[in-house]
Design a protein around this ligand. Structure first.
Ligand SMILES: [Zn+2]
Length: 313
């Protein structure tokens, strides 16, 4: 029970909520900053998307045309990661899991360079935030050959399978997951954002996942929700992202309600703040104002997220 957190929800105080410690466990590093930060940096006006996107392709096009054009190239990328750490500080994100794709490491030249750049940004802009970096894999074939070198640096804390392009078979993913487990990483995957409940269970079971990014499709199956609850598989949910990609109708009917009722551990996260324009504090407020969750329930979810540090070895 945190009286202040609940009071700020009831008072509709975004400022108040920003002062309360929270987690963001599902955020893509180069997309985790606020639109305002980029606006100030480039001295431009960016209009956030007003309509849901019809596809990830359309979403990426919006990002290119409205954000990346103002912070291009490698230096622009670093500014966007900087924005993600600044956001963690501004929204009192006490525990932050940022995911980085392998091409982001390649852009830094070597894994050692990459680590020193990211540690530098963390220390400079959000030194009080507990930082849990995830390695995102699944964007391009052939990445596996780089895993040994990356894991040997012992820097990443989790792996995030993003197999949207289906560049890996289940067997290949199993090998990647085994390697990750050997390196003591937490296992996560983007599943059940699109697709069905069966996918969520199949991937969670076959890959022995610890957590699922999104996973909201599981809400269509009581049996699968019970299974997730029994195995304490945490779903890192991003409500605004789900609405903006047409995977949820609105906040009033968001799947997190059902998942919570079935005892599935859930957390509330931003996904791609620079596109979806809803901070973690705003996400809590949206679900409260929609009448979907009570202040007490949202506080329980907040505490689940803060407990994340104890899930790591
Ligand atoms: Zn995501």
């Amino acid at each position: 029970m945190n009286d202040k957190f609940e009071m700020y929800l009831q008072e509709n105080s975004l400022k108040g909520l920003e002062s309360i410690p929270k987690s963001d466990l599902h955020s893509h590093a180069g997309r985790g900053g606020s639109i305002t930060y980029i606006e100030q940096l480039a001295n431009v006006k960016i209009t956030p998307p007003s309509e849901p996107f019809n596809s990830l392709k359309e979403m990426n096009q919006w990002l290119n045309d409205n954000v990346k054009c103002y912070c291009p190239g490698f230096s622009g990328y670093l500014k966007r990661v900087e924005a993600a750490f600044v956001q963690a500080k501004n929204d009192n994100i006490a525990v932050l899991a940022l995911s980085f794709a392998i091409d982001e490491i390649d852009a830094c030249g070597t894994i050692d360079n990459f680590i020193s750049i990211m540690d530098g940004l963390h220390k400079k802009f959000a030194p009080e935030t507990e930082f849990l970096p995830d390695l995102a894999v699944g964007y391009e074939p052939g990445e596996q050959s780089k895993l040994d070198e990356i894991f040997s640096a012992n820097w990443f804390r989790g792996i995030d399978i993003c197999n949207y392009s289906r560049c890996y078979s289940m067997n290949e993913l199993k090998k990647i997951c085994q390697k990750s487990r050997d390196s003591k990483l937490i296992l996560k995957a983007h599943i059940g954002e699109f697709g069905g409940a069966d996918d969520v269970m199949r991937y969670a079971e076959e890959l022995e996942l610890n957590q699922i990014q999104h996973g909201i499709a599981a809400a269509n199956s009581p049996q699968i929700m019970k299974w997730l609850a029994k195995h304490k598989i945490q779903l890192n949910v991003c409500p605004t992202s789900n609405i903006m990609l047409r995977n949820s109708l609105n906040y009033q009917s968001h799947q997190i309600r059902k998942l919570f009722d079935f005892g599935v551990p859930v957390t509330i996260n931003s996904d791609d703040l620079i596109i979806f324009n809803a901070t973690v504090s705003q996400e809590y407020l949206n679900l409260y104002n929609a009448g979907l969750m009570t202040a007490d329930e949202l506080n329980t979810i907040r505490l689940t997220g803060l407990n994340e540090v104890n899930n790591y070895a």
